[in-house]
Design a protein around this ligand. Structure first.
Ligand code: NAI
Ligand code: MG
Length: 359
């Protein structure tokens, strides 16, 4: 009998609660199939927390997360709070929760479901077999370096600084090697070591760590080349690890290989096995409350949680295979349907996936 895993559930705003409800059904089915025990505890987060508590991230919500082994987040935000001051905006809660939980990497899988290849702008034969993960450093680099302006003889000058220390690089590179180990055992480290000093430190650090993972094949690729190769030979990548800004750009590029935002899962990881899991999409106010949102991004985020935080590899595979078989059978929510009249709703999609789960 496996030990109980505690999951903090933060449904959030808009379609957040709708898609999270489907993901919870999938968790329950996982318990039944595998004998696992999940204990969920819900918290207010985002706009709804602003309305009810006057802050996007109430202390009791943070406490629930800190007690948990992993966090499942829906989405936050909406027009209702757009004109609020910074501390009363849902997005401020997102930054706050990542910081408070010590999350330092962002994991974004890009998986091509063969039956959805037509949704991408790339040729199907280029996409065939694509299944990659971008591991992006979240706490350092140019986004967090010192920034200022100064007057010069040529007018105003702006300065951004890019800083990384060995510890910051080491912890994420170890994480990426470990993720690669659970997959096809290929790691691509992306930098700009031909011009940037931070990139040279990055590469040296990766090379120093690599002998600890002799079973993982390592390659170094310059970021501009990686941007090209993602479009030319996406299926050749397994795990890509890179610093903050490069990762921001490459993870969005990789996401667009797949077509729909309603399919994209993500994780943010800290030390140990703790992680926060959420769909890449937002609260979709334009379709909220209509029961038509695609729950697959959130369901795949649960699969990622089972694999990365709990080590339940097989259970994660069962969920991913269930999604694949439901799509192969032709079922589509509106966002991925060719014929919108045949589209099914959020709960119908969730039910089909639950029914398709088996060992
Ligand atoms: P969005 O991702 O919410 O929506 C973009 C478009 O994709 C919309 O047309 C929406 O209907 C569609 N869409 C998104 N998820 C879908 C799903 N599961 N099924 C079907 N269609 C889906 O991005 P947008 O419109 O830029 O932002 C809306 C709100 O969400 C804003 O308040 C924004 O700040 C917030 N947001 C929150 C995020 C988070 O909680 N992590 C991330 C991105 C945006
Ligand atoms: Mg981005």
């Amino acid at each position: 009998m496996a030990d109980t895993k505690k999951i903090a559930v933060l449904p959030g705003d808009g379609i957040g609660p709708e898609v999270v409800a489907e993901a919870l059904k999938v968790l329950k089915k996982t318990e039944e199939l595998f004998g696992y025990k999940f204990e969920t505890e819900s918290g207010l987060f985002g706009g709804i927390a602003i309305d009810e508590r006057g802050t996007p991230l109430p202390q009791d919500t943070l406490d629930i997360c800190k007690r948990a082994d992993a966090v499942l987040l829906g989405a936050v935000g909406g027009p209702k709070w757009d004109n609020n001051s910074k501390e009363l905006r849902p997005e401020t809660g997102l930054l706050g929760i990542r910081k408070a939980l010590g999350l330092f990497s962002n994991i974004r899988p890009a998986v091509i479901f063969d039956c959805l290849k037509e949704a991408s702008t790339l040729k199907p034969e280029v996409l065939e077999g694509t299944d990659l993960i971008v591991v992006r450093e979240l706490t350092g680099g140019i986004y967090f370096g010192e920034k200022f302006r100064r007057e010069t003889d040529n007018g105003q000058e702006a300065v951004d600084t890019c800083v990384y220390n060995v510890k910051e690089v080491e912890r994420i590179v170890h994480q990426a090697f470990q993720i690669a180990r659970t997959r096809r055992k290929k790691l691509c480290s992306v930098d700009k070591a031909n011009v940037l000093e931070t990139s040279r430190l990055w590469r040296e650090t990766v090379n120093k760590i690599a002998p600890e993972y002799p079973d993982v094949e390592l390659e170094h690729v310059l970021v501009d080349n990686c941007a090209m190769q993602l479009l030319r030979r996406p299926s050749s990548f397994d795990v890509i690890v890179t610093e903050n800004m490069f990762g921001d750009i490459l993870s969005d590029e990789a996401a667009m290989l797949t077509g729909s935002i309603g399919m994209l899962s993500s994780a943010s990881l800290g030390e140990g096995s703790f992680g926060l899991y959420e769909p890449v999409h937002g609260s979709a106010p334009d379709i909220a409350g209509q029961g038509i949102a695609n729950p697959i991004a959130t369901i795949l985020s649960v699969a990622l949680m089972l694999k990365l935080s709990f080590g339940y590899q097989e259970a994660g595979d069962v969920i991913e295979n269930a999604v694949k078989s439901v799509l192969d059978a032709g079922h589509r929510t509106g966002d991925i349907a060719v014929d919108k009249n045949k589209a099914i709703g959020t709960t119908a999609m969730g039910d089909l996936i639950v029914d398709a789960m088996n060992k």
